[in-house]
Design a protein around this ligand. Structure first.
Ligand code: FES
Length: 160
């Protein structure tokens, strides 16, 4: 969605709110939706449309972990490696996933910009580890084979 598009969507959203600034989280979500992160220009644009100080919008972006400030792959793969999941093999699963995607053990973004892989803390599915959240959708009881099939499907989907 181009910058103009999210601004148009925001105009519709604004009609639901009594005050423009009440729509700030939804505005940031719209601004981030298609490229998976918020640039400085996006934050300034949201502040301008909502008539808010840029510093206030930046503070909200910093507070909520769902907002991202760095370029992020089309598919954000978040794997829980917290202790209960680590006891079910999630840490090793995560490292093998990174290796198969050609990433360092701590994760990162693939050179084609398709996948960003990162460790997260509890996703509230501790008994179904390894668990991954990919663009907000959960995948549980993962195996290397299941993850590879999923990645292949996402690669195909990205070309459609
Ligand atoms: S510790 Fe991993 S989902 Fe809870």
């Amino acid at each position: 969605m181009a910058a103009q598009d999210w601004r148009q969507a925001l105009q519709t959203v604004l009609q639901k709110y009594p005050r423009k600034e009440s729509a700030v989280l939804e505005a940031l979500y719209l601004a981030q939706r298609d490229k998976n992160y918020l640039s400085d220009a996006d934050i300034r644009a949201v502040a301008e449309v909502l008539e808010m100080p840029v510093t206030e919008v930046e503070a909200l972006v910093g507070f909520y972990s769902l907002f991202r400030r760095q370029p992020t792959g089309k598919y954000l793969i978040q794997v829980c490696t917290d202790l209960p999941c680590a006891l079910r093999g999630a840490e090793a699963f995560y490292k093998r996933l990174c290796a198969r995607l050609g990433l360092p053990p701590e994760g990162g973004t693939t050179p084609d910009g398709l996948f960003t892989v990162e460790e997260v803390v509890c996703l509230a599915a501790c008994d179904r580890a390894p668990v991954a959240q990919i663009n907000l959708q959960y995948y549980e009881n993962l195996t290397d084979e299941a993850m590879d099939a999923l990645i292949a499907r996402l690669r195909e989907q990205a070309q459609e």
